[in-house]
Ligand binder design. Structure first.
Ligand SMILES: [Zn+2]
Ligand SMILES: [Zn+2]
Length: 253
């Protein structure tokens, strides 16, 4: 009889993520080595270890060699960036999931080579950028080890297929949202200024509202209105009249 293999789960005492036992390693029991682990992974890690009888950590917090030789004294390393999904503002203590970041601040983090870091080396990669409106696409090549990876300002850009088309669609998405907010040009323009994104002129903005947005809204409005009127007429003929009720405001078209 073959027993089904059970996927045993463990929770990492460092990052709190749950993972398969095969992707985890027990925290060292040797007190001297454990001190080094505490120094590397910090106070929260130490507290979690003391609370747990058999603490485990993800293998991904170690150099690659740890997976093949789990008994070897290979120390974990602390990642340079915050692995939590939530961020907290230092000023008002509010927490949020997404951050708006200047590209110049993001660049040094994105250009770090994960493969080199895992092997204890610091390296920076060469980047080639394609920017069209809000669609930014960067490819990196590590000068040290030859690894390459990509980063995009939208997950939409990561999908397989032709490049140009997708960039247009990202910008079209933003255009639709921006035009339909009902905001005046100056408000939107200052937001784009903060985001360091190129934006259209005041004249062009108002032209688009007039020719594209208002025309589309009118088209939807009249087609919905005729549908509703047709239903009312039909009901009225069948039931010999119709009772109408409303809020008494005459603010609809
Ligand atoms: Zn972990
Ligand atoms: Zn590298």
């Amino acid at each position: 009889m073959v027993l089904p293999s059970r996927d045993v789960k463990r929770v990492c005492v460092f990052c709190n993520r749950s993972g398969s036992r095969t992707e985890m390693t027990p925290v060292t029991k040797n007190p001297v080595h454990r001190e080094v682990w505490y120094r590397k992974l910090g106070k929260t890690f130490k507290l979690n270890c003391e609370k747990s009888r058999y603490p485990y950590v993800c293998l991904s917090h170690f150099p690659a060699k740890k997976a093949s030789s789990p008994r070897a004294q290979i120390y974990p390393y602390k990642p340079n960036y915050d692995i939590e999904d939530e961020y907290e503002c230092e000023e008002n203590k509010k927490s949020f999931k997404n951050i708006i970041c200047n590209w110049n601040n993001l660049y040094p983090i994105l250009s770090k080579c994960w493969n080199c870091l895992r092997n204890g080396k610091e390296s920076s990669a060469r980047a080639s950028m394609r920017l069209q409106g809000a669609a930014l696409h960067v490819s990196y090549d590590c000068v040290e080890c030859g690894s390459n990876w990509k980063w995009s300002s939208s997950t939409f850009l990561d999908r397989e297929g032709k490049q140009g088309q997708k960039q247009c669609e990202v910008n079209l998405d933003i255009s639709v949202s921006v035009l339909s907010t009902g905001n005046a040009f100056t408000k939107i323009a200052s937001l784009f200024d903060v985001l360091e994104l190129p934006f259209i002129s005041n004249r062009r903005y108002n032209k688009l509202i007039e020719n594209v947005l208002e025309a589309s809204v009118a088209k939807c409005f009249f087609s919905q209105r005729s549908e509703v009127l047709a239903i009312i007429k039909e009901n009225s003929a069948r039931e010999n009249g119709v009772d109408l009720a409303g809020d008494g405001q005459f603010d609809s078209r």
